[in-house]
Write a protein that binds this ligand. Structure first.
Ligand code: ARG
Length: 463
């Protein structure tokens, strides 16, 4: 039993030789799963309360165990706990210490449970708060994005497809596109709560138990919604880990998309945004440099996040039921992913608070690349009874002409336009005005200043 004085493993009656010290070192998970000590203790307390309610253990034993567990919680929180790596993991360390504190009655704590259900209970409890922490950080990020969007409703910039000038847009509208992504991310994390709310505790090693336990009781005590349905699936299942890793990967992917764009826009070639000195770094050799390292950091971390998702998928591939040591690696992957996604969200938040659009340059670039050509085609359809395809062709001829003359569409005189399309009148020239162009996109979800304003106030109310 764990109580033995010589620090022998609890299975030493059966297994006569000590595990090789090398395997003890590499096979243990204590350094990773000690993070779960609070959840482990909360889970054990709920478990023994249930055992007492079901008359499986006595009032005295229950109280002694709870006393011991609370003492252990304090010791660990105050860094006064002696962790012993030879005891494999946090569960064994806590159980061993319980024996030291309350004596042999500690032996009742593991009645009707196994480390297999214990560890998933801990992880699920931990992940529920991790999901909420991510969503709180996403809220902050959404607020900063919204603030920047509000300041830039009327900032005109080129909207790109294929990174070529496509149509003029409001910079505010562009930023609001990312808010949609971050809101979807939040929903994904929220949705994951459903499986995280299924209580694994009580399925024991893989079969359930012959003790008359009450899983609904521990479900309520631990804030879960329902007990899991199948004991074998419960100890084998890590789908909730995949959901979490996928959600983090998708969120990181969104963050990497905006990072990539901001890196391009911050380049000397584009020069569309300026980053405050707070969020750039210098070069060891080139004195003039101000590099967007933080943006590159978060773009790169997306690769790490995908790697984590693939690690877990691969660990699960072909793994028979039910528990195998292979599954132990889930926690390292989850914890690393969590720290990384929180950092990425925080960094992007800081970047958005320290980013300034170069409005003059944005407008200059919007004036390039015949960006109002589609507006001209639309004008022809509306005013000269042309089909869109016909209007498209006429406009292309006008663009060809402007290109030949090295002019922008807005520089063309009405007489030049009339040579190509005699029906055109002076008022066509207004379609080349960029503000008119943006504001004409009044369809729901479009980029007109009014639309963007309305969307921003709608989101300000709900976030
Ligand atoms: N440290 C183990 C893990 O995280 C706990 C479960 C151990 N179960 C077992 N049957 N060896 O996977």
């Amino acid at each position: 039993m764990l109580k033995n004085k010589n620090n022998k493993a609890i299975w030493n009656t059966r297994i006569k030789r000590k595990t090789s010290t090398f395997f003890q070192k590499v096979g243990g998970s204590l350094n990773i799963d000690k993070k779960l000590y609070k959840e482990d203790i909360i889970g054990s307390i709920a478990h023994v309360e249930m055992l007492f309610k079901q008359k499986i253990i006595s009032f005295k034993v229950k109280n002694k165990i709870i006393y011991g567990l609370n003492k252990i919680e304090k010791e660990i929180s105050k860094n006064k706990f002696n962790f012993d790596k030879s005891l494999e993991d946090i569960h064994m360390n806590i159980e061993k210490r319980l024996f030291e504190i309350i004596g042999n009655e500690a032996g009742y704590v593991h009645t009707a449970r196994s480390r297999n259900d214990q560890v998933i209970t801990d992880v699920k409890l931990w992940m529920k708060s991790a999901n909420m922490e991510i969503n709180r950080n996403l809220d902050r990020l959404i607020k900063s994005t919204l603030k920047l969007a509000e300041k830039n409703i009327e900032t005109i910039m080129p909207g790109f497809t294929h990174l070529k000038n496509a149509q003029a847009i409001s910079f505010g509208h562009y930023l609001m596109a990312y808010i949609e992504m971050f809101i979807r991310d939040k929903k994904r994390f929220q949705h994951n709560m459903e499986s995280l709310n299924e209580n694994p505790l009580g399925v024991s090693a893989l079969t359930g138990t012959s003790f008359n336990i009450d899983r609904n009781y521990t479900t309520r005590k631990l804030g879960f919604k329902i007990p899991t349905n199948n004991s074998i699936d419960t100890v084998s299942d890590r789908d909730f880990v995949l959901d979490y890793l996928y959600s983090c990967s998708t969120c990181a992917m969104h963050i990497s998309r905006i990072s990539e764009e901001l890196i391009i826009w911050n380049s000397d070639a584009f020069n569309l945004i300026k980053l405050s000195d707070k969020i750039v770094t210098g070069s060891s050799i080139m004195p003039q440099k101000k590099n967007p390292d933080l943006l590159e950091y978060i773009r790169g971390k997306t690769g790490v996040m995908y790697g984590n998702l693939f690690s877990m998928l691969t660990i699960l591939k072909g793994l028979p039921l039910s528990y195998f040591k292979d599954l132990q690696d889930d926690k390292e992957i989850i914890f690393k992913t969590h720290d990384t996604i929180i950092n990425c969200i925080k960094i992007l938040n800081e970047i958005l608070n320290n980013l300034y659009p170069n409005k003059k340059r944005m407008l200059e670039l919007t004036n390039k690349g015949y960006i109002t050509a589609t507006d001209l085609a639309d004008y022809l359809v509306k005013n000269h009874e042309m089909s869109f395809r016909k209007a498209y062709q006429k406009t292309a001829e006008i663009v060809n002409y402007a290109e030949k003359k090295s002019k922008q569409l807005g520089d063309l005189k009405i007489d030049e336009l009339k040579k190509i399309e005699p029906k055109l009148k002076e008022d066509v020239l207004k379609v080349f005005n960029l503000k008119n162009s943006v504001n004409s996109k009044k369809s729901f979800g479009g980029t007109s200043f009014d639309n963007v304003k309305k969307m921003i106030s709608k989101y300000k109310k709900i976030i």
